[in-house]
Write a protein that binds this ligand. Sequence first.
Ligand code: 8OZ
Length: 359
Amino acid sequence: MALDLFSPTTLGAISLKNRIVMAPLTRNRAGEGGVPQDLNATYYSQRASAGLIVTEATPISPMGHGYPALPGIYTDAQVAGWRKVTDAVHAKGGKIVLQLWHVGRISHPSLLPNNAQPVAPSAIKPAGQAFTYQGLVDYVEPRALDASELPGIVADFVHATQCALTAGFDGVEIHAANGYLLDQFLRDGTNKRTDNYGGSIENRARFLLEVTKAVVDTAGSDKVGIRISPVNPFNDMQDGNPQALFNYVANALNQFNLAYLHAVEGGIHGGGDSEPFNFDEMRKLFKGSYMANLAYDKARGNEAIASGHANVIAYGVPYIGNPDLVERYKTNAVLNQADDATFYGGSEKGYTDYPFLNQ
Ligand code: 8OZ
């Protein structure tokens, strides 16, 4: 029988009861100090029938923050908060990895320690506005990181990985997508550096590969995934030759024997049109498991698995509205529509109150 969304599998050291993954979803509902609350544990545990949950993007350090009410993964209180989440998911037989995040220039001084200037590979202000506690505010010009500061950020990734393992996660996913710090190094619209971290594709990929090596050395390669988004223009991103860049990245990542490579296969978050890109070509260069994301439905998910394009499929918006998405796909039930007015911030409304099929 052909493989489909309901076939069990493994991603590195992580065994999945099905191939339906809950995609990382920013929801802005953490407590004071970036500490996950009981409400967050309820939300994730409601979705534990997924083969794997990837948490919302989670800052690795105070400088990694760029939106209100994000959870963090660098203090003891945050680790204790996340422990409630992983315990609740594991109690229901689920698996969960934490997404490690540094936003780079997609931030604002009001969200950073001592009103610090956001940091980036190069001092290029993004078009658009930051989402702050005071509402939408124009982005500021970031400060270009000195090469001597990069080992400190690598150390923050390592510390956050240790915190995630202490909190009971099954692994970690490195966020190298959607215009945040690691993606800002990769793509040439945001990286104009003239040192070893800019210019050639090899140089622009260097920081990601250094971070990956450090995280792999901490967690073990079979507990580490990476998310990329080669042509997502969101956050004012562009690159002169994304196919060459991300073919190189996919190939270079083979050295690590990662649990998976996760790709956003187009543009998301209304950032505009994406450039053409051959995802199958890039996917074939990568020797490990591949997680596909971008408005897949059940039929397209099954096709991508049956054809061998993807090993697993990550569903985002459907998981906001349908905690029992696996059951609904299995029984061809109607899906709840997710309400975009309650995506970012707020309470249990639009978060933990979507009905299950039997309700
Ligand atoms: C939407 C709003 C805020 C953040 C991403 C972490 O795109 C995000 C994000 C998405 O990866």
